[in-house]
Ligand binder design. Structure first.
Ligand SMILES: *[C@@H]1O[C@H](CO)[C@@H](O)[C@H](O)[C@H]1NC(C)=O
Ligand SMILES: *[C@@H]1O[C@H](CO)[C@@H](O)[C@H](O)[C@H]1NC(C)=O
Length: 960
């Protein structure tokens, strides 16, 4: 039987193929477009009929395939939809004799004995069973579903055949390996053949979706699920008896319209019930084709869900991962998206996560009526192509390394996601068929949130405890236990999402704490080696690099920039010195503002920004005043660094700091591929944003300087990325602080920005690496002998995990027999993780004993810069504050917008670093700094010493 069936399939495929070939030939001779269209329509009709007839003849699994195709109005030509739709309810029925025999065999009695009435004409016939109406002796209207005889063998045989076909395809065309999909089918389809399972599934789903008998969570009450599921009366393996429900078939569009059913409401209602099944219950009907729905005949026309033969259940973790995937997609949060992929078991090509985001976005795209949809896909494909082309041009260098940009960003799809995708596609098809437009990200979002925020640290009404919120490390000191208490309190008040704090005193780690979660939609715990985007904290590292070069005689602080960077000496910039740049006194604070306005992503293009800066014109003479250079500071220093050293910025960073201090893997300006799973995602403290908004509006009202309305304060949402393209966010000058800060998380969560070199703003550090850097600076360059003892050890991650991988990875990833993922791990293993002990040979990274004076523009360096302003030569002056007007400078460091900071007190041999992912105006940082300094008997930095202290431009929203 097997071969015969396979042969028939093959012959039909051949005839369809030939028909199209003929049309292709003839098309050339057609006179007009309408002639051509007619030609194609005829061909489609003929082929659709051929396929339909073949399917009716073949039965079994092929019917299922046909039914599936008939729901894809978004991809298939109309004639196919019309013809294949017939499969949904008009298969030739089996004889009543066979039906009676099955019932007798299963239930022991003839239908006439079992029922008061039994309608011998079937209500409907489907691929594996047919349904008859009946009335029980008790007078209940029921339907009896009877499995076709012999269907089990046919289906199992078909599955085998289909598997063979899939193997052929995979062999001929390795890019189309559907084997995992097939395996999943082979596991699931046989379950449909046991009606006892179906009965259990139906009961379970009915109970899960029954809102009359349970309290809906607050978030879900808005998006109430209101559907009907038939009650099960009796079930055996091949006969199923359910209560009859009167309804209109979903594909009877004319009838639905006649009844006045609002299709939009109907489809959204169905979508919600599926979102509930998937995200809340983790138990869903994996086969929502139109034949499996009815619509009740009276208002409010509730959907009736039928047929739970193919039901999929998800583990808690998979459910969470799916929820995270949707939310990450809605938020444009790459780190969370990638971690959801990992948790789902998707093997992601790590070198192209941007594509993964595009694909996921497309996957969740809103549904639209059939015709538009085809256009939509075309448009998307076109856009995608364009984007890729642009990307390739910009990244020629990387493209040349051989990483093909045209492959699927995902290597393999595991089963759970296959069914999830199928459900979403079927829902989309259904919505397309009924002409509704569903924004999936919106409709499904509340359910995904419920899933993600329940049963973990993020759940509302949570009780955060040290055990579940602080990453398990033994406390280094009694101070650390007190710190945990403070952090927990701030966490409970939702002022902290994720946090790391590390401090060194006298060359030893006195605390090293990690707590909270990696992101709003990423409930993985923050670990000591998690990487936080620290904004302007980065400037303290960039400045350190300039001083490092000066210390080695590669440049002089008093030299003109043009000494190293000749192109810079134009438009009145000839007299700008390195010291001017470090002191924020170059007059170039707005040099790139208009460029960034017209194309914000220009900031990700290193060479381009340097070129533009070299050609720019200052707005004031060098040294005229100190104005914070929020973004240009980084590229100015970066340009000087590269030109003076002749080395690449990141290479120099590694040579000067990462290796000697032992910071490998946790100290990046521009993150490499392969460390995505350690990235924390930024979000906003919305409460604080609101108060900030009020303050700013008040100031505006008073000064009435500016009248432009503050930009949208909505939390980053589906549209956030669009709104955030920072036309409005990088508004330079004194900057509209509000729009800046609301757009920052979205923009800086993208991998594109994370990967760029933006030495003023996109440093990614762990607090323990940052504290160690400042501990080294505190002692004028003596690297502390001991490192943090938290696990995994600082320095145990390779600094550039994927570097080796990119080279040999040509096109034939499948052909050389080595799986992509193995290749990555091998490449990672190839790069020996540097041992801290090895890196301590050069015990001092600066030779100048007066290097602190250089950082602060004190002593002999005071003539190079303003001595009474916030910034010295690249570092923020830290003063002890107090009531004394002549504030004493006790240290230096740099903070970033949102609250991350790193600083040290040389006189006290002390350094502190704090990293945060929920952006706030520094109050959280201040509380932590106050606790730590007071416990150690040290003065507190003035900017942190009180509520509402003047925190300076590096920490407030006015600039990065
Ligand atoms: C800092 O502490 C370490 C360890 O106690 C010590 O070796 C070093 O001399 C101290 N440095 C200063 C500047 O006090
Ligand atoms: C730079 O300094 C020199 C000498 O002081 C002066 O003659 C020149 O005009 C300055 N250039 C600019 C563009 O200000």
């Amino acid at each position: 039987m097997g071969w015969g069936r396979q042969m028939r399939v093959f012959l039909v495929a051949l005839r369809v193929f030939v028909e199209y070939r003929v049309v292709q030939r003839r098309e050339k001779w057609a006179k007009s477009t309408s002639d051509r269209n007619k030609l194609w329509k005829k061909a489609h009709e003929r082929n659709a009929k051929r396929i339909h007839n073949a399917i009716v003849g073949l039965e079994g699994l092929w019917v299922k395939a046909g039914q599936y195709l008939s729901t894809r109005a978004d991809v298939l030509p109309d004639p196919y939809i019309e013809v294949l739709r017939l499969l949904q309810d008009s298969l030739p029925p089996r004889s009543i004799k066979e039906v009676k025999a099955t019932i007798k065999k299963e239930l022991g009695k003839d239908p006439s004995e079992l029922f008061a009435e039994f309608d011998t004409t079937p209500l409907a016939t489907a691929s594996i069973a047919q349904v008859h109406r009946a009335r029980t002796k008790e007078g209940r209207d029921v339907v009896v579903k009877i499995q076709h005889q012999g269907i089990k063998d046919i289906i199992l045989q078909d599955l085998k055949n289909a598997r063979t076909i899939v193997q052929w395809v995979a062999w001929a065309e390795p890019d189309y390996d559907f084997a995992p999909v097939m395996d999943e089918w082979c596991n699931e389809v046989p379950k449909e053949l046991n009606f006892k399972l179906e009965a259990e599934n139906t009961k379970k789903v009915a109970k899960n979706l029954d809102y009359n008998n349970k309290e809906a969570s607050a978030e879900l009450s808005k998006s109430h699920v209101d559907v009907l599921v038939p009650e099960i009366v009796q079930a055996t393996e091949r006969v199923l008896i359910m209560v009859y429900m009167d309804g209109v078939r979903l594909n009877d569009v004319a009838k639905l319209k006649e009844l006045g059913v609002d299709m939009q409401v109907l489809v959204e209602s169905i979508t919600r019930s599926y979102a509930h099944q998937i995200y809340v219950d983790g138990f869903f009907n994996a086969d929502p084709h139109p034949g499996n729905f009815l619509v009740s005949k009276v208002p409010p026309f509730k959907p009736i869900l039928l047929d739970f033969g193919l039901t999929k259940s998800l583990t808690f973790n998979k459910k969470q991962a799916l929820a995270k995937m949707l939310l990450a997609c809605a938020e444009g949060d790459y780190a969370a998206l990638l971690s959801s992929f990992t948790e789902l078991g998707l093997k992601l090509r790590m070198d192209m996560p941007e594509d993964a985001m595009q694909v996921t976005n497309f996957f969740f795209r809103r549904s639209i009526p059939g015709k538009e949809s085809v256009e939509d896909i075309k448009k998307w494909t076109k856009e995608n192509e364009d984007r890729r082309k642009r990307f390739q041009e910009k990244q020629k260098e990387e493209a040349e390394k051989g990483a093909s940009l045209h492959r699927n960003p995902v290597d393999a799809f595991p089963g759970d996601i296959v069914f999830f995708m199928r459900v979403l596609n079927l829902l989309r098809g259904l919505s397309s068929m009924l002409g509704a437009k569903v924004v999936y990200l919106e409709v499904m979002r509340p359910f995904a949130e419920t899933a993600l925020f329940s049963g973990n640290v993020l759940s509302s009404g949570r009780m955060l405890e040290t055990d579940n919120w602080i990453y398990k490390t033994p406390p280094h000191s009694s101070i650390e236990t007190k710190l945990w208490e403070l952090l927990l309190n701030l966490g409970r008040k939702e002022q902290i999402l994720g946090v790391q704090v590390c401090a060194y005193k006298d060359g030893k780690v006195v605390l090293d704490t990690a707590g909270g979660v990696l992101g709003k939609f990423d409930p993985r715990p923050v670990q000591p080696d998690s990487l936080f985007s620290c904004f302007s904290v980065t400037k303290g590292i960039t400045a350190g690099l300039v001083h490092w070069l000066a210390d080695r005689g590669k440049l002089s602080l008093s030299d003109k920039v043009s000494t190293y960077w000749p192109e810079f000496a134009v438009n009145g910039k000839d007299n700008i010195t390195v010291a001017h740049v470090l002191n924020h006194a170059a007059g170039l604070q707005n040099a790139l503002t208009s460029d960034l306005k017209s194309d914000p992503l220009v900031m990700c293009n290193w060479d381009e920004t340097l070129k533009k800066l070299a050609a720019s014109t200052p707005e004031s003479p060098p040294g005229a005043k100190q104005v914070y250079h929020a973004l240009t500071f980084g590229w100015l220093c970066g340009g000087i660094i590269e030109k003076a050293s002749g080395k690449k910025f990141q290479d120099l960073l590694e040579e000067a700091f990462v290796q000697p201090i032992g910071l490998a893997g946790e100290f990046y300006i521009g993150v490499p591929a392969g460390i995505e799973d350690r990235l924390a995602s930024l979000s906003l403290d919305t409460e604080e944003v609101k108060t900030m908004k009020e303050v700013i509006e008040k100031q505006r009202a008073i000064s009435s300087l500016k009248s432009n309305p503050v930009e949208s304060f909505a939390e980053p949402s589906e549209m956030a990325m669009k709104q955030a393209t920072p036309q409005n966010s990088l508004d330079g000058e004194d900057g509209d602080g509000m729009s800046t800060i609301t757009a920052l998380p979205v923009l800086f969560n993208t991998l594109f920005v994370r990967r760029a070199i933006i030495p003023a703003a996109n440093g990614h550090f762990s607090a323990r690496a940052l504290a160690r850097y400042y501990a080294t600076l505190a002692t004028a360059g003596a690297v502390p002998s001991a490192s943090s003892s938290s696990e995994p050890r600082l320095g145990s991650h390779p600094q550039k995990p994927l570097e080796k991988k990119l080279d040999p990875l040509g096109k034939g990833s499948k052909k050389d027999g080595m799986k992509h993922q193995d290749r990555i791990s091998k490449a990672a293993a190839d790069i020996e993780a540097p041992k801290i002990a090895d890196t301590l040979k050069s015990s001092n990274i600066y030779s100048n004993p007066k290097i602190h004076d250089a950082f602060l523009a004190a002593g002999e360096y005071s003539k190079l810069a303003y001595t009474d302003e916030k910034f010295g030569l690249g570092f923020r002056r830290i003063t002890s504050g107090g009531s004394n007007l002549a504030e004493e400078v006790i240290g230096f460091g740099h903070s970033g917008v949102g609250g991350s900071t790193g600083f040290c007190y040389p006189g006290h041999n002390f350094s502190l670093a704090i990293t945060l992912n929920k952006l706030s105006q520094g109050e959280v940082t201040a509380q932590i700094a106050r606790l730590v300094t007071s416990e150690l008997g040290l003065p507190c930095p003035a900017m942190y010493s009180s509520v509402g202290a003047d925190r300076g431009p590096d920490m407030t929203g006015g600039a990065l």
